[in-house]
Design a protein around this ligand. Structure first.
Ligand code: SF4
Ligand code: SF4
Length: 283
């Protein structure tokens, strides 16, 4: 996509669908074939282009259920030059859906007649270089397939432009890979997969009686989504008295938000399920 953004009501529905059934839960082979849209393999070619000359320009950035993943929040809050805490306070709804044991983060749409995305301007997306993964990948939808024959979850893709999206009639030929490269989505896709892997571990309730809103759940949410607060927790609380972290790792964590986020993911696995990591150990 060249200028602005993507997805309308159809996409929103699909996004919700995927979030329920693919990103957050495993799907089996029979279910894959029932999912809407055309499933794309790595080699499949699809035609698509998006530019400001199309009559649908800007029509897709409204009335969305736009789920934000941790890396989306990191990029957006840096783009807006505000703290992650302020971003979460000002721009999102945190929702806990039935049968989920970790909350989801939804971008709040503007309170206007068309419920536009808060970042939409007449000229297009005002956070374009830092737009969320879903916006980059649209109209290709991503899901997570937990293949029982393999240890690692994999991303699966579906081509599903809404009817009003004129980009599907353009003749630029793409593959999943070339589209991700074109949209500078490769790093985003990688982080979405990492997050989805971890999120899928919350299929079962790990919180005992505390629930996801208890103290442990709140800490895990902070490590994933509220990175500035997590950094503060790491360096200005008793964390380093309780955990041994190599000084080279600490140096990286201070300098690099992405490393801090990955460390946070490992820490969640460690403190929720006791899964060991080479990055830290209890003193
Ligand atoms: S972030 Fe940008 S691309 Fe995504 S919905 Fe909002 S305006 Fe559109
Ligand atoms: S071509 Fe599709 S993605 Fe691009 S602006 Fe139009 S509706 Fe949105």
């Amino acid at each position: 996509m060249t200028h602005s953004a993507r997805h309308g009501p159809l996409w929103a529905m699909l996004s919700t669908y995927y979030s329920n059934n693919a990103i957050m839960k495993s799907i089996n082979l029979k279910e894959i074939d029932k999912l809407p849209g055309k499933r794309l393999s790595d080699k499949d070619i699809f035609g698509f282009n998006c530019h400001s000359g199309l009559s649908c320009f800007n029509k897709c950035c409204r009335n969305l259920n736009l789920f934000l993943y941790p890396y989306d929040v990191l990029r957006l809050k840096n783009s807006l030059k505000i703290s992650s805490d302020r971003f979460l306070d000002s721009y999102v709804d945190i929702v806990l859906r039935p049968d989920n044991f970790f909350p989801d983060v939804l971008l709040q749409m503007s309170d206007n007649s068309e419920n536009t995305c808060p970042f939409l301007r007449a000229s297009g997306c005002s956070v374009y270089p830092d737009r969320p993964d879903t916006c980059r990948t649209f109209p290709v939808e991503q899901g997570i397939f937990l293949n029982p024959d393999k240890n690692k979850p994999e991303l699966i893709h579906f081509f599903r432009p809404p009817d009003f999206c004129m980009g599907q009639h353009e003749d630029q030929e793409l593959t999943i890979k070339s589209w991700a490269k074109d949209q500078k989505a490769v790093k985003y896709n990688r982080m979405t997969l990492k997050w989805a892997e971890l999120k899928s571990m919350f299929h079962n309730d790990p919180w005992d009686k505390q629930g996801p809103n208890g103290p442990k759940g709140k800490m895990a949410f902070m490590a994933a989504y509220n990175l500035d607060q997590y950094r503060d927790f790491l360096f200005n609380s008793s964390f380093l008295k309780r955990y041994k972290v190599k000084s080279a790792t600490l140096k990286k964590l201070k300098a690099d938000d992405l490393e801090l986020m990955k460390f946070g993911f490992s820490w969640i696995k460690f403190f929720v399920w006791g899964i060991k990591t080479k990055n830290m150990r209890l003193r």
